[in-house]
Design a protein around this ligand. Structure first.
Ligand code: GAR
Length: 217
């Protein structure tokens, strides 16, 4: 098995990054973490990446002002230098140009802590609580130029509890993110995802029959 070399892009804490690194430490996992890139020099996730023995790079977007293409050229440089095959965005809080997204089409995943297409963008948990949904969750999807949108690879759902704060809901969803992101990346690295009409079809995977009903009576 040739393991796909992945880069994980972060801006902050990096807990999803850590979950991906941990999964990829298993010898039978079809991807290896070759590089962690941050646009923020003091991102906490960089420390845990280095502690795990992963190569890191910092590309501070502020050096490039409003010139997104120049930032992306620098990013592409480190990705090429490290022979990266797949990108995982993990709390990476920069928007890409359409040209960069196009270049990585079908090879770049993102995770967002809501059941997309509901609640994209900032404060998804606050949005979910204000909407009064009973179920929320997390979505792993391919990146397209539109933010927090693109063909959906995998979703997981959790109950919203009465009286949840945004932080409480975020913590419940985060545990699920750490579970599904490595599973979704595995599918991509094993070439088990086909995209047809903007939808993902997964080879050899079935949907479960159990329903999550909230509230439970
Ligand atoms: C995660 O909850 C991730 O889903 C979210 O940022 C958090 C990063 O946490 N991403 C987005 O909101 C993307 N629009 P982490 O740094 O601990 O992985």
């Amino acid at each position: 098995m040739i393991r796909k070399r992945i880069a994980i892009l972060i801006s902050g804490r990096g807990s999803n990054m850590a979950a991906l690194i941990e999964a990829a430490e298993r010898p039978d996992y079809p991807a290896e973490t070759a590089l962690v890139v941050s646009n923020v020099a003091d991102a906490a996730g960089l420390v845990s990446a280095r502690d795990a023995g992963i190569a890191t790079a910092v590309i501070d977007h502020r050096r490039f002002g409003k010139d997104r293409a120049a930032f992306e050229a620098a990013l592409q440089g480190v990705l090429d230098a490290n022979a990266i095959a797949l990108i995982c965005l993990a709390g990476f809080m920069r928007l890409f140009t359409a040209a960069f997204v196009q270049h990585w089409q079908g090879r770049m995943l993102n995770i967002h802590p809501s059941l997309l297409p509901s609640f994209p963008g900032l404060d998804p948990h606050g949005q979910a609580l204000r909407a009064g949904v009973k179920i929320s969750g997390a979505t792993v999807h391919f990146v397209i130029p539109e933010t927090d949108a693109g063909p959906i690879v995998m979703q997981g759902a959790v109950a919203v509890h009465d009286g949840d704060t945004a932080d409480e809901l975020a913590a419940r969803v985060l545990g699920l993110e750490h579970h599904i992101y490595p599973l979704a990346l595995k599918l991509l690295a094993e070439d088990r995802i086909r995209i047809a009409d903007g939808r993902c079809l997964i080879d050899g995977a079935a949907a479960p029959d159990e329903a999550l009903v909230v509230p439970k009576l």
